[in-house]
Design a protein around this ligand. Structure first.
Ligand SMILES: C[S@@+](CC[C@H](N)C(=O)[O-])C[C@H]1O[C@@H](n2cnc3c(N)ncnc32)[C@H](O)[C@@H]1O
Length: 254
């Protein structure tokens, strides 16, 4: 970005919009959303409405320009990089032109968020954080699930691991053995593997799974043995937004 006087610069707000319910965003996020010139919202499918956008739509001014970009979940790395390069460039231009720009992400922007690919492009190679960037935290999916499922995340000297189920079976198993409490994200087609691991280590009675938490279709399973999902069924029937919480010191009643 060209050097400009800070008076002429706009600002980029990266805003966590929470797990799904529109009233689970922060007061700061709501205030900033109501002041934006333009907002960038992600969608995983071309032409589909962005979930993040539908969560915060009610807080936007009618005149705020909405730019929906399609991030490619299954494309090769070069195609993905091309999208991130383009969006990063476009955000920098908007800020350079003096606009207040919002970039929204589900949950919290600093947890398993594709926003970090943009952050890598916006900070310089010396890791200097741009003065025109503000990150607004959001409620993570797992804190919303712990509240909705009444399951404590961790207490006292317990350890809490947050892991993506895309990790290897060995990594997942080691984490199950080494920690008192765990959050397993991106469960999706990995559910049969996870259930087997939980069964092998007698953890089923300490685990719950929630899909689409705080959204209208929210589902909660306290007994994972009742789910018939095969890997193929998971791809078709289990929401991408599914997360498992485990607390070895908290036994669930069914
Ligand atoms: C790319 S990560 C985004 C995480 C997000 N930044 C956060 O703070 O929760 C997507 C994963 O988050 C979890 N997730 C996000 N929203 C959820 C919801 N409403 N209910 C259950 N799990 C959710 C799922 O494990 C999903 O696969």
């Amino acid at each position: 970005m060209d050097e400009k006087s800070s008076d002429n610069m706009g600002k980029l707000y990266v805003i966590g919009v929470g797990p799904g319910a529109s009233d689970l965003i922060t007061v700061r996020a709501a205030r900033i959303l109501a002041e934006l010139d333009v907002i960038y919202t992600p969608t995983g499918k071309k032409g589909a409405k962005s979930l993040a956008h539908s969560i915060i739509e009610e807080y936007l001014l009618a005149e705020t320009k909405v730019f929906t970009y399609h991030f490619l979940m299954k494309a090769d790395i070069d195609a993905k990089n091309a999208v991130w390069d383009e969006v990063a460039h476009s955000l920098q231009e908007e800020v350079s032109d003096g606009r207040k720009v919002g970039f929204i992400t589900l949950g919290d922007p600093m947890l398993f968020s594709t926003w970090v690919y943009l952050l890598q492009r916006l900070v310089s190679t010396q890791m200097v954080i741009p003065p025109w960037l503000e990150i607004v935290p959001g409620i993570t999916s797992f804190s919303a699930i712990a509240a909705a499922g009444t399951m404590p995340l961790a207490m006292e000297n317990q350890t809490l691991a947050v892991i993506s189920c895309t990790a290897s079976e060995t990594t997942l198993e080691q984490a199950l053995l080494n920690h008192d409490c765990l959050v397993l994200m991106k469960v999706y087609s990995h559910f049969p593997l996870i259930r087997n691991l939980l069964q092998r280590h007698n953890l089923l009675e300490h685990a719950l799974m929630m899909a689409d938490a705080t959204l209208p279709g929210e589902q909660c399973w306290r007994d994972l043995t009742t789910l018939p999902f095969s890997e193929k069924d998971c791809r078709q029937e289990l929401s991408y937004f599914s997360t498992i919480l485990i607390n070895k010191n908290w036994q669930l009643s069914r």
